[in-house]
Write a protein that binds this ligand. Sequence first.
Ligand code: SF4
Ligand code: SF4
Length: 205
Amino acid sequence: MQHKFEKKINDMFVDPIIFTQKFVKACDICICSGECCYYGVYTDKSDYEKILSVKERVIKYMDESQTKDVAKWFEEPEEDDDFPSGIAIGTEVHNGKCVFLDKQGFCTLQKMAYAEGEFKWKYKPLYCILFPLVIFEGVLTVDDEHLASMHYCSKSQNQVSTVFECCKEELRYLLGEKGFEELEEYREEYFKNLLKTEIKVEVSK
Ligand code: SF4
Ligand code: SF4
C-alpha cells in the first residue's frame, strides 16, 4: 500500500499527528473510570494465548462485576495484518465493559502483574497499552474516532498536553530506546519544517 507518510521506524510509518494531537497530561482513572476499556480491545493471538495460560490467576483478581467464565472472555478470531501473528481476537464486553475491567476501572491483567511483582504490562494487550495511539494499516497514528467518544480525555479543557508527551513511556515500549530516539529526532525535524513553511507563507502574503 502507498503511504503519504515519509518516516518509517521499526518497519512502521509514523503519522506526525501524534506530535500535535492534544491530549490530557496523564490518564487518571479516578476521573475517567477507564472509559477507553468499555468496548473491549483487539488482542494479538499471542496475547490471547498468554492470557489463557494464566486464566486461573486472572480469575483470582476479578471481582463480582466480571465474568469468571473463560468461554465468555473472547470473540472469534479474525485475520488482521496489523497484528504480529496476522490474527486478532477481541475481548468480550460484560456488564458494559471489557471482561478484564474491574468495577473500579482497573485492568485485571495489569492489577495481577503489579500484585505478583511482574512487569506491569506483561499480560496487557499491546493496543490497550498504546491507546490513544494505534497501529492502523502499518501506520503509527492516533485512534481519533475512539478518542472522540471519550468524555474526559477528548475534552479540550482537559487536553493540556499532546499524545506524544503523555505517551512517551508507551512509545519507548513500542519502539525500543533506539526507535524512540529516532522518533524524537523526527519530531524536531518535523517542527522545524513546519516553522519554515509557516514563515514562507507569511512572507508571501
Ligand atoms: S485514555 Fe482516556 S479514558 Fe483511557 S485511561 Fe486514559 S484518560 Fe481514561
Ligand atoms: S484488557 Fe485491560 S486494558 Fe485492555 S481493554 Fe480490557 S480492561 Fe482495558
